[in-house]
Write a protein that binds this ligand. Structure first.
Ligand SMILES: Cc1cc2nc3c(=O)[nH]c(=O)nc-3n(C[C@H](O)[C@H](O)[C@H](O)COP(=O)(O)OP(=O)(O)OC[C@H]3O[C@@H](n4cnc5c(N)ncnc54)[C@H](O)[C@@H]3O)c2cc1C
Length: 370
C-alpha cells in the first residue's frame, strides 16, 4: 500500500475502465477499486449454460458516434444483433417500436396513409386540450387502443402508480414509425460484444491493478492519500455522506432461471404490457448472440421501489431530485482533486456510448492539464 498512483479510479464500470485505459496509455499510473466482487459495473455479463447472461439487465450497444464505435471495437468484435423487441399483451404479440407491423396487427391497416388516418381518428376521439396526466397525454399522442394495450400496464408497472396519477411530462412524445421497420434504435452502429461485456472491459483494463470487494467510502482518507487524483463513479450523494439529502432512484429485480428447452420466447426481449403480469419483461439471453445451446436462460424483470441500500438503476429526474443534484454538483466543484463521472457520479441516465464519449472527453481534458 506504499505505492503512489497518479489516479485512483473508484468503480470498475465502463466509465472507470475507459478512463483507466487512457491514463495507462498516457504513461500514468492508476489503481482501480470496486466494492463489488466483479469488474464491468452494470454491464457485467457472466456465462451460464454457455450463454452470456446480462446480470443487471439487457444491454445493447448502439451509437451514431463513429469515434465511440471504433473505440469499443478495439476491445471486442461486435455481432450484428439488432434490437427488435416485441410486446405481449394478454397473449397478443405486437412489434415495437410502434410501426406499420404494430398498426397492421392492431387495426388491419396496410398502408401508411391508412395508419395515419386511423391514429388521427383515435386521437381526436378522446382529445384533451390541456393534458393533466400521463394517461391524457398518451391518448392525445397515439389514441386509446395503443395506450390501453401497449402503454398503460407497462408504464404503471414501471412507475408503481396509475397513469392518471403520473405527470404528463414523462411522455413528451411517442415515436411512431410509418414503415415496416422493427429496428428499435435509430442508430448507425449496433451490436453485442462477442464473448460478453465483461471480456470487453477486461481487455480495456489489461495490465491495470484492480482491487475488488473494496468500498472506497469505508476508508476514504486512506485511499485519497495514495493517489494524486481520484476518479469517483459511485453515487454522488454517498460521496458527501448524504448531507443534503438522498437522491431517489427506481430499482429493478431480476429472477433468472435456466430452462431445459432450447428456445423459450423466440426473441431476446419481450415486454409484458398488461397490468396483470407482475414483471415488465422477459429477457432470453441466448438470442443476443444467436445461441444454439440445448438449454436457455431467461430473466424476468420486475420494476421495484428503491430505498437506500438497494441497487440504484434509474435516476428520478423530477424537479425535487434535479434540484438536489444541482446542490451536490455545486459541492463537487469544491473537490479539486476528484473527478465525478458516470451514471451515478452525475446522477443521470447514460447509455453506454454516452459514457464512453464523456469518459474520453474528461480524461483528455485532465491529461492535457497535467
Ligand atoms: C436496466 C438497464 C438497462 C440498460 N441497457 C442499456 C442498453 O441497452 N444500452 C446502453 O447503451 N445502455 C444501457 N444502460 C446504461 C448502462 O448500464 C450505463 O451506461 C453504464 O453501465 C454506466 O457505466 P458507469 O461506469 O457509469 O456505471 P456503473 O456500471 O454503475 O459503474 C460504477 C461502479 O462503481 C462502483 N462503486 C460505486 N460506489 C463505490 C464505492 N463506494 N467504492 C467502490 N466502488 C464503488 C459500483 O460497484 C460499479 O461497479 C442500461 C441501464 C440500465 C439500468
Amino acid at each position: 500500500m506504499n505505492a503512489k498512483y497518479d489516479f485512483l479510479i473508484v468503480g470498475a464500470g465502463l466509465y472507470g475502465a475507459v478512463f483507466a485505459h487512457e491514463v495507462k496509455k498516457a504513461g500514468k499510473t492508476c489503481l482501480i477499486i470496486d466494492k463489488r466482487s466483479h469488474i464491468a459495473g452494470n454491464i457485467f455479463t457472466k456465462k451460464m449454460e454457455d450463454i452470456q447472461v446480462h446480470q443487471y439487465g439487457a444491454h445493447i450497444f448502439h451509437t451514431n458516434n463513429k469515434e465511440v464505435w471504433e473505440y469499443v471495437n478495439q476491445f471486442a468484435e461486435f455481432n450484428r444483433y439488432t434490437n427488435s423487441p416485441v410486446a405481449n399483451y394478454q397473449g397478443e404479440i405486437y412489434n415495437l417500436p410502434f410501426n406499420m407491423n404494430t398498426f397492421n396487427k392492431m387495426w388491419g391497416v396496410v398502408t401508411p396513409d391508412e395508419a395515419k388516418k386511423k391514429i388521427e381518428q383515435q386521437r381526436r376521439a378522446n382529445y384533451v386540450e390541456h393534458p393533466q396526466n400521463l394517461e391524457e397525454q398518451a391518448i392525445n399522442l397515439v389514441g386509446i387502443d395503443i395506450y390501453e394495450k401497449l402503454i398503460r400496464g407497462y408504464t404503471e408497472k414501471q412507475w408503481g402508480r396509475p397513469c392518471n396519477e403520473l405527470p404528463a411530462f414523462i411522455i413528451r412524445r411517442l415515436p411512431v414509425r410509418f414503415t415496416y421497420d422493427n429496428n428499435y434504435f435509430n442508430a448507425k452502429y449496433q451490436g453485442i460484444p462477442i464473448g460478453g461485456y465483461t471480456a470487453m472491459v477486461e481487455r480495456m483494463i489489461e495490465g491495470i491493478e484492480v482491487k475488488l470487494n473494496t468500498d472506497y467510502l469505508v476508508e476514504k482518507s486512506k485511499w485519497d492519500s495514495i493517489a494524486d487524483k481520484v476518479v469517483y463513479t459511485g453515487p454522488v450523494d454517498a460521496y458527501f455522506d448524504y448531507k443534503l439529502g438522498v437522491l431517489q432512484y427506481r430499482s429493478l429485480r431480476f429472477e433468472t432461471e435456466v430452462l431445459n428447452i432450447p428456445n423459450f420466447q423466440g426473441n431476446a426481449v419481450v415486454n409484458y404490457t398488461d397490468r396483470e403480469t407482475p414483471y415488465t419483461r422477459i429477457i432470453e439471453h441466448k438470442h443476443f448472440e444467436f445461441g444454439t445451446q440445448p438449454k436457455t436462460v431467461i430473466s424476468r424483470e420486475y420494476s421495484a421501489e428503491w430505498k437506500l441500500g438497494d441497487e440504484p438503476y434509474y435516476p428520478v429526474n423530477d424537479k425535487l431530485n434535479s434540484a438536489l443534484y444541482q446542490k451536490y454538483k455545486a459541492l463537487t466543484e469544491t473537490e479539486h482533486n476528484v473527478i465525478f463521472g458516470g451514471r451515478l457520479g452525475e446522477y443521470k441516465y447514460y447509455d453506454m456510448d454516452n459514457v464512453v464519449e464523456f469518459a474520453l472527453q474528461k480524461v483528455r481534458d485532465v491529461l492535457g492539464n497535467m
